[in-house]
Design a protein around this ligand. Structure first.
Ligand code: SF4
Length: 319
C-alpha cells in the first residue's frame, strides 16, 4: 500500500499533534485578472464567494488592493476581520476536535496583491495570533514581488512554516488562454525555484477537466509541476457555478464537464506519480449550494471522497 502524505499527516509528523488550516477572506482583496491590471472578468470559472463561503459574509468596502495603492484606509478593518475569523474558527476546532495549533490560510483572491506595508502588517498580525505555526498564502505567479519573498523568508528563519500556494491550473498556454487566466506558464518554474531557495514551501494548484484538455494533458501538467520539485499539490475538478463565463459556455453546449469516473481514474494515476515527500493537500472540490450548475457530482464532497477513496484503496493507495 502507498500511503499519501496528506496535509493532516504532514502536520502530525512535524508537530506531533493535530494542526488546522484556518481559511481567511479579507475585504478589499482582489486579483489583477479581475481589476483590469492584467485582464477584466477573471478566470472563466472564477467566483470567489463560492470558493470561500466566509467571503460572502463580508461587508465589502469600495477600496480594493493592488501593488501601487499608496495608503490603505481599511487596514484596521482587515486586521479586525482576520482576528474575528481566526477566533471563530479556532474556537470551533478547539472545542470539537481538541485542535490546539493552527496555520493561517489567506485564501480568497490573490493574497500577495496589495502594498508591501499592508501585507507585512497582516502577515505579522496573523503570526502573532495564539498557537499559529505559520502561513499559507494563495496567489498567482504574476503578482509576487521580491520584497514579499524576502519578508516571507525572514519568517522562515524565525522557524515559521511558510507556504505559497500558486494557482497554475494547467501548463498549457492554449488552455490558460481559453480560461482567461491572464498569464502563461512562462516563468512559473523559475518563480517556484526562487521561492523554494528561500525556504518557502510551494503548493501548486491544478484543475482537471478544463476545456479542451484530455487525460494526457492533465497528467502532463502534473508531471511538469512535479519536475519543479514542489512541496505540495492541490488537485480539483472543474465545476461550474452560476454567474460565470463557464456557465455560458456550458449552456451553449461548448463544454462537457469531466465525469466522476474519469476524474477518479485521473486521481488514481496522479497519486501513483506523486512522490512520498510531496504533501497532497486536496483531491476534491465542490459547491454545496444552489450556485452549482455542473457537474452535479460536485455537490457533495463527502460522497465524492467516499467514491475516490474506495477506488484509491482498490489501487493500493491510502489517502
Ligand atoms: S486568479 Fe483566482 S481570483 Fe483571480 S480571477 Fe482567477 S480564479 Fe479568480
Amino acid at each position: 500500500m502507498k500511503q499519501i502524505l496528506t496535509i493532516g499527516r504532514y502536520f502530525k509528523s512535524k508537530y506531533k499533534q493535530r494542526v488546522r488550516k484556518i481559511p481567511i477572506s479579507l475585504d478589499g482583496f482582489t486579483c489583477p485578472n479581475i481589476d483590469g491590471v492584467v485582464a477584466k472578468g477573471g478566470c472563466t470559472y472564477c467566483k470567489n464567494e463560492t470558493f470561500s463561503p466566509s467571503l460572502a459574509l463580508l461587508e465589502q468596502s469600495d477600496i480594493t488592493m493592488n501593488l501601487t495603492l499608496e495608503k490603505n484606509p481599511i487596514l484596521d478593518k482587515q486586521i479586525e476581520t482576520l482576528k474575528s475569523q481566526f477566533y471563530n474558527q479556532s474556537s470551533f476546532h478547539k472545542d470539537k476536535f481538541a485542535t490546539n495549533k493552527y496555520m493561517i490560510y489567506f485564501q480568497s483572491y490573490s493574497n500577495t496583491y496589495a502594498p508591501y506595508d499592508t501585507l507585512k502588517t497582516l502577515y505579522d498580525e496573523a503570526l502573532k495570533l495564539p498557537n499559529v505555526v505559520g502561513l499559507s498564502i494563495g496567489t498567482r505567479t504574476d503578482c509576487v514581488e521580491d520584497s514579499i519573498l524576502e519578508l516571507l523568508s525572514k519568517y522562515v528563519k524565525n522557524n515559521k512554516d511558510i507556504w505559497l500556494e500558486y494557482g497554475i491550473q494547467s501548463v498549457f498556454n492554449s488552455t490558460l488562454r481559453l480560461i482567461n487566466r491572464g498569464h502563461g506558464i512562462e516563468g512559473a518554474r523559475e518563480l517556484v525555484e526562487k521561492t523554494r531557495k528561500l525556504g518557502i514551501k510551494v503548493c501548486i494548484h491544478l484543475i482537471y477537466g478544463l476545456p479542451k484538455e484530455d487525460s494526457n494533458m492533465m497528467l502532463e501538467s502534473l508531471k511538469e509541476v512535479l519536475s519543479w520539485g514542489i512541496d505540495g499539490i492541490k488537485i480539483h475538478p472543474l465545476y461550474i457555478v452560476e454567474g460565470t463565463a463557464m456557465q455560458k459556455m456550458y449552456e451553449a453546449g461548448k463544454y462537457s464537464p469531466i465525469s466522476l469516473e474519469d476524474y477518479t481514474n485521473l486521481v488514481v494515476e496522479s497519486l501513483k506519480l506523486i512522490p512520498h515527500n510531496v504533501v497532497v493537500q486536496r483531491i476534491s472540490a465542490g459547491a454545496h449550494d444552489d450556485s452549482l450548475i455542473a457537474p452535479k457530482w460536485c455537490f457533495d464532497k463527502n460522497i465524492q471522497m467516499c467514491y475516490i477513496r474506495d477506488k484509491l484503496l482498490q489501487n493500493g493507495i491510502v489517502y
